[in-house]
Design a protein around this ligand. Structure first.
Ligand code: HEM
Length: 216
């Protein structure tokens, strides 16, 4: 779906509107619903964490490039960095030989490859960073509570969903949206950002479908 891009509508609002339908679809994916209801195993959650490692390695490699770009530097926040947290979770969930045990699904590879391929371009980076980080700070916080409750993970394995350097999530999300809105993007770049965010949601859904094939 492509939206008419109007000059006076902030990018954050265009992104929210442009991905509303995709969000509803992602949040009701079979894997997500079953994970949230406690119907799956801890191994299913561990597999999700492994997929996230591949995606965030690509995203955070792109963050390094974008930080060096005058237009994009304001969108990169150290407090969002997730790779070390995911690695801690994987060590907890799989044990010390986690690197040999995890396997990245083809759908995840495709998602990570896309981020690597386009992530150095600011509109594309903004789309992928928006989709993941604002998602982690929103629905991710609900997911965290459900997983903790259903899979007995009070002692570890949930660092990915924990942002120790972001004490007030709502304040941070508002600031992040402001940064998105202040990006110096032309109309074509704004349109590219929205359509890339829609693609990002589709790529996320494809990962959930692949996980459902294995675990549901
Ligand atoms: C269990 C599944 C999910 C639940 C329950 C959920 C729930 C929510 C809620 C309640 C919000 C609104 C938060 C606010 O306005 O402050 C939100 C926002 C958001 N979610 Fe999700 N979500 C889920 C899955 C996902 C997934 C899979 C993605 C993408 C990969 C995602 C990406 C986003 C984004 C980008 C926002 C920010 C929307 C905006 O304000 O522009 N969510 N989510």
């Amino acid at each position: 779906m492509s939206l008419p891009v109007e000059d006076d509508v902030p990018l954050s609002a265009l992104l929210r509107e442009g991905t509303r339908t995709d969000h509803a679809a992602a949040e009701t994916e079979r894997f997500i619903e079953q994970l949230m209801s406690g119907a799956l195993t801890r191994a299913a959650y561990a597999d999700l964490a492994a997929q996230q490692l591949a995606v965030y390695e690509a995203l955070e490699a792109a963050s390094t490039d974008v930080r060096a770009d005058d237009r994009g530097a304001g969108l990169v926040f150290d407090e969002l960095t997730r790779v070390p947290a995911i690695e801690r979770d994987l060590a907890f969930l799989y044990g010390p030989s986690w690197r040999e045990e995890i396997r990245i699904l083809p759908a995840t590879r495709e998602y990570a490859d896309r981020v690597r391929e386009v992530g150095g371009s600011l509109p594309h980076y903004a789309a992928h960073a928006y989709t993941r980080y604002l998602g982690d700070l929103s629905g991710g916080q609900i997911v965290k509570r459900m997983i903790e409750r259903h899979y007995g993970l009070a002692d570890g394995g949930l660092a990915f969903y924990t942002f120790p350097d972001i004490p007030k999530v709502k304040v941070f999300k508002d600031a992040y949206r402001d940064r998105l809105d202040q990006l110096a993007l032309g109309p074509d770049e704004v349109a590219a950002t929205v359509s890339e965010a829609q693609l990002a949601f589709r790529l996320n859904r494809a990962v959930f479908s692949a996980l459902a094939e294995v675990h549901c």
